[in-house]
Design a protein around this ligand. Structure first.
Ligand code: ATP
Length: 620
């Protein structure tokens, strides 16, 4: 049976997956270079002064080998003069001292470059990770149901945290280019032909390297879904939640085999590519060597002819080696940067994603108090990327001071109503009004601030008990009394009372000293969050399912007290709770089919009465 997710084509945001194809490699690579400027911008933003010093020192370091080479030439020619019975040139020992000073300086500055590289990488990782988290938070909940988005988010996360190499490469590219240019100028001074020989030798190797770097990227890109599956299997295999089922259904072996099969596929693809790279890389490297020896042979020949001195030959040899080494490295670093830039396609695409649910600039503040309440006017809704209409011309209102219970069998659209009233989604057709004004006209943050919502699948934060309650309202500081009051109301106080560390007790098992709670206990803690919010609308979506009947009754008695004068929307399958509502709304097939209070609906003898009787009978 296809899952909900399988059915989706597009979920909330336009995620156009530009799969890199092997054929379009070069065009793709050149296009990817447009990613470099925005990334440089990120790098710059992470620490302008660190970037400045990094580049400045690298440029100084880049010139040092040229200086050392040129001084070396004079030293060698000087010594050679002795052999020809001539005196040492003036300042000879100064030259030796300067060469040594430059060597020492190179050592010091190279270490400083490492220091600034690390500093910058840390800052960049921090900066981009924070931006990724902010962006992910700003996107619709819809995108989290989209596997394409997940792949992209995962790649973006890796790209945000794994770019030390890229930062170093960019710096090195500058340094290598400056050194290569400086030595090339030295060579051109002797003979342009030398430089030509070098470039001819190096170019094929560069093209080969770049091509394979792209293929590696394309391979990694294709492997992302496999890696996600592997991560999932690894996570399930080691998770606390799954441990019981894994043992009892004997699933561990099955999961391990699936993991191994995926891992093997990835391994084989990697080996195939690495073999090709080894073969072609080797051939192209030989061509490079030929270029070097041709230039070397040419200079020896000219020295024998007496056109170059021994010092010249030494300088030329150094210059050839350094120019060749640096050009080669600069090419491969540039290719590395282009490759990294391709990876960054995902990061940048992620940053460009736009949420469907937009916050209106300068939107209205939610009235305090709300006067007329919420109204669903002919609302229809289809989840993005699916065909089925979940709500069909749904009409419904919720007035101030009312407590409404929304009931219906599984999958009738109750939670969907909550998602719409909280603007996690916008209706496909029709309107939702608050005090007669479309919800979309209100400031989204302000709207959310007026709602206290606890969903069926509420979060269990692996934080202290206090923090688990306090996250209900992080916008403003709260007092100790407020936390305790919320805990009293939700019955969480008795749970906290039993904890060794009280409100400071770490919950969950992930961190040291943490203790786990039962489902019902977690639920009470989560409920306290809703109570902590000074919201005008409280929504509880089956929040008490894990509570025993007595606790649930107690929670709702308090709920009734607490919501006095506020609006409350309650979803529950327990009729003992539902009957306490001022009005009960029955949903079926995405439509409102009955509404009224308990006695009215019982008197009507319709669906509500039938469902109520069915549940009552099961208790008899
Ligand atoms: N994100 C989604 N994408 C696509 N379809 C969805 C999504 N969420 C829910 N649905 C579908 O919408 C229908 C209504 O779901 P909803 O969660 O609103 O039902 P419900 O009445 O709250 O059910 P329950 O009592 O089981 O909680 C279901 O058939 C469900 O499969």
């Amino acid at each position: 049976m296809p899952s909900k997710i399988d059915e989706k084509k597009d979920c909330g945001t336009s995620v156009d997956e530009a799969q890199p194809r092997e054929g379009g490699a070069w065009a793709e690579r050149i296009r990817a270079l447009k990613n470099v400027p925005p990334v440089l911008h990120f790098v710059w933003e992470s620490g302008p002064s660190v970037v400045f010093w990094n580049i400045t020192i690298r440029i100084v370091v880049a010139f040092l080998p040229v200086g050392i080479g040129i001084i070396g030439r004079f030293i060698i020619d000087g010594v050679n003069r002795l052999r020809m019975q001539q005196p040492l040139p003036a300042h000879f020992w100064w030259l030796v001292g300067s060469e040594m000073a430059l060597a020492v300086l190179t050592g010091i500055l190279t270490r400083s470059v490492d220091y600034f590289d690390n500093l910058l990488a840390d800052r960049y990782t921090h900066h981009v990770s924070v931006e990724v988290m902010r962006k992910a938070a700003a996107l619709d909940v819809t995108v989290y149901e989209d596997p394409v988005f997940y792949d992209r988010l995962e790649r973006a996360r890796v790209q945000a945290t794994d770019r030390l190499a890229m930062i170093q490469q960019m710096g090195r590219l500058i340094q290598q280019s400056v050194t290569a240019i400086a030595f090339s100028i030295v060579l051109i001074k002797y003979s342009p032909f030398l430089l030509l020989l070098l470039v001819a030798g190096i170019l094929p190797a560069f093209l080969g390297e770049s091509h394979f770097a792209f293929l590696t990227y394309a391979k990694n890109f294709r492997q992302t879904p496999l890696r996600r599956q592997m991560d999932y299997l690894r996570q399930v295999g080691g998770s606390k939640e799954a441990a019981k089922e894994l043992k009892l259904f004997n699933l561990s072996e099955y999961l391990t085999n699936r993991f191994s099969a995926l891992s093997q596929t990835i391994y084989e693809q990697n080996v195939a590519l690495n073999r090709r790279r080894l073969f072609w890389g080797g051939i192209l490297a030989i061509i490079g060597q030929l270029g070097y020896y041709a230039a070397y042979g040419y200079s020896i020949w000219r020295t024998i002819q007496g056109r170059y001195s021994i010092g010249d030959l030494t300088l030329i040899t150094t210059a050839i080696m350094q120019a060749m080494g640096n050009i080669q490295q600069a090419f491969s670093t540039a290719s590395g940067v282009a490759d990294q830039a391709l990876f960054l396609t995902d990061l940048l695409a992620f940053f460009e994603m736009k949420p469907r649910v937009q916050n209106k600039e300068g939107g209205f503040k939610v009235p305090r108090p709300i006067r007329h309440g919420f109204e669903f006017r002919n609302v229809s809704f289809t989840y993005p990327g699916t065909e089925r209409r979940i709500l069909k011309n749904f009409n419904f209102f919720l007035e101030p001071g009312e407590r409404i219970a929304l009931i219906g069998e599984n999958g009738q659209g109750k939670t969907t109503v909550v998602k719409l009233i909280t603007r996690l989604y916008d209706p496909s057709e029709g309107q939702i009004l608050l005090d007669g004004v479309d919800l979309r006209e209100y400031d989204l943050d302000d709207l959310h601030a007026e709602m206290g919502v606890i969903f069926q699948d509420f979060m269990r934060y692996e934080m202290t008990a206090r923090e688990n309650i306090a996250v209900g309202r992080v916008e403003v500081p709260h007092t100790e009394e407020e936390i305790r009051y919320a805990a009293e109301k939700s019955l969480a106080a008795s749970v906290v009372g039993k904890l060794h560390g009280g409100y400071e007790q770490m919950l969950g098992r992930r961190f040291e000293g943490g203790v786990d709670l039962s489902g019902g206990e977690w639920q009470r803690i989560a409920l306290a969050r809703a109570y902590l919010r000074d919201a005008q609308l409280l929504i509880l979506d089956e929040p008490t399912a894990a509570l025993d009947a007595r606790s649930e009754l107690e929670v709702f008695e308090r709920f009734a007290e607490l919501t006095e004068g506020k609006m409350a929307l309650l979803i529950s399958h327990r009729f003992s709770t539902v009957r306490m509502a001022d009005r009960i709304v029955v949903l079926e097939g995405g439509r409102l089919v009955e509404e009224g209070n308990h006695s009215q609906l019982m008197a009507l003898g319709g669906r509500y009465a039938a469902m109520f009787e069915m549940q009552a009978a099961s208790y008899r």
